[in-house]
Design a protein around this ligand. Structure first.
Ligand code: PEP
Ligand code: MN
Length: 295
């Protein structure tokens, strides 16, 4: 099987910053999120609710994420909402619930940090820090997460070019943190039929330009539940190293992004399909290993 499906060049590409640039076809970083590896031959699936809403909601959702093969649990405790009147997240209580879910499932957790002032607190609970699309160009936040010892999941700004995206990652690496995963999550275009336009070209181009792992968020990339599984599969075929997917124990009652969240049944079906597709493209599915305690 061709292990270089994206036609990765063997010469450096000048456009990427010097720290993020891929220098050869086999120059590939692996980010270790407390045992879950992203950037290897195996495909990593991160899943969980958009927002942590309650103990019952999070534990029920985390339970099926773990059961069906997710390797990292996601969940927002600080939510960047368009309206200041929408649910803003449970904040530190949400972080505590993530820690509980982590203990019960043995899954590492990723959660968003919206502000430099939150980095220290969020780092006490999370195995990976998420920098959201709206903050991709928040250079002081990039610098701060670059100084932390935690892996960083950097989401592409909704109107950021590939070059701007790579330079945002360069800010983090420049501070000494090379544990960075890039996430394509859809961009703003003239199209209004779906929430965003999932730019799968970006996966192919990023894999060529950088050694950093690249994952795809088909949930925000489409905003529509029935589109999520097919775009998740397309992302994997395009060469993504993993996925981040919003799931909920009862999507119709979700406080945030219910319309793009998969139910447990839909998530199970997608995971079964990925198991079939992975070997066809020379990959496997990441399985979990025991996490170490951070407390
Ligand atoms: C999220 O993943 O919860 C999120 C808010 O995504 P984005 O930053 O891509 O909009
Ligand atoms: Mn969301």
């Amino acid at each position: 099987m061709d292990t270089n499906p994206c036609n990765i060049p063997t010469t450096p590409i000048a456009k990427a910053g010097k720290l993020v640039a891929r220098l050869s076809a086999d120059h590939q970083s692996v980010v270790n999120v407390n045992g879950a590896k992203i950037g290897e031959k195996s495909i990593a699936v991160i899943a969980g609710p958009c927002a942590v809403e309650s103990k019952e909601q999070l534990l029920a959702t985390a339970d099926f994420v773990e059961k069906y093969g997710g390797c990292i649990l996601r969940g927002g405790a600080y939510k960047p909402r368009t309206s200041p009147y929408s649910f803003q997240g449970l904040e530190e209580e949400g972080l505590q619930l993530l820690a509980l879910a982590r203990m019960k499932t043995n899954l590492p957790v990723v959660t968003e940090v919206m502000d430099t002032r939150q980095v220290e607190l969020v780092s006490q609970y999370a195995d990976m820090l998420q920098v959201g699309s709206r903050n991709m160009s928040n250079f002081s936040l990039l610098t701060e997460v670059g100084r932390s010892k935690k892996p960083v999941l950097l989401k592409r700004g909704m109107s950021a070019s590939i070059e701007e995206f790579l330079m945002a990652a360069e800010y983090i690496l420049k501070e000494g943190n090379d544990q960075v995963i890039l996430c394509e999550r859809g961009i703003r275009t003239f199209e209004t039929a779906y929430r965003n336009t999932l730019d799968l070209n970006a996966v192919v181009m990023l894999k060529r330009l950088t050694h950093l792992p690249v994952i795809v968020d088909p949930s925000h990339g489409t905003g529509i539940r029935w589109m999520v599984p097919v775009m998740a599969k397309a992302a994997i075929v395009a060469g993504a190293d993993g996925l981040i997917i919003e799931v909920h124990n009862d999507p119709s009652k979700a406080l945030c992004d219910g319309e793009q969240s998969l139910s447990s049944k839909e998530f199970r079906l997608l995971m079964e399909e990925l198991q079939i597709i992975a070997p066809v493209i020379g990959r496997s599915m990441e399985t979990r290993v025991a996490i170490s305690n951070i407390y």
